[in-house]
Design a binder for this molecule. Sequence first.
Ligand SMILES: [Zn+2]
Length: 133
Amino acid sequence: MKPTLEKFAPSFIHKVLRQYPWYMFMIIDFRYTFKTYSDNILDFYGIWNYECPICHSHHRWERHGTYSRFLILPADGLFREELMDILRLRCTSCGHTHAILPADVIPYCIYSIGWSKTVLIFSTFSFLKSLQL
Ligand SMILES: [Zn+2]
């Protein structure tokens, strides 16, 4: 019988936590982007509907502050750097904290998905153009 990822995921998470006690799991909310993050996540004071990646409990969150990070986004053929606030939530069940990221932010990376996509397209066109010479 082939092993499934679900069977090994909890042990993998605990192995990572033992190796990197500073490691903070992030939750990516794919419903929102950099533009809609502030209105829908930062300014939201209702009940959060996320599942804790550590203990898998729902609705047991409390706000645990914010931190600032830079993000590079594509803008009119150029790039712009934005400073954005990221919300951290603490699971009241297990005590771990988690940052909530929008869909276009890559964890631990200053470059956004849009920037990566733009660079990939530009590189592909440049490569194809070089083949025609
Ligand atoms: Zn938890």
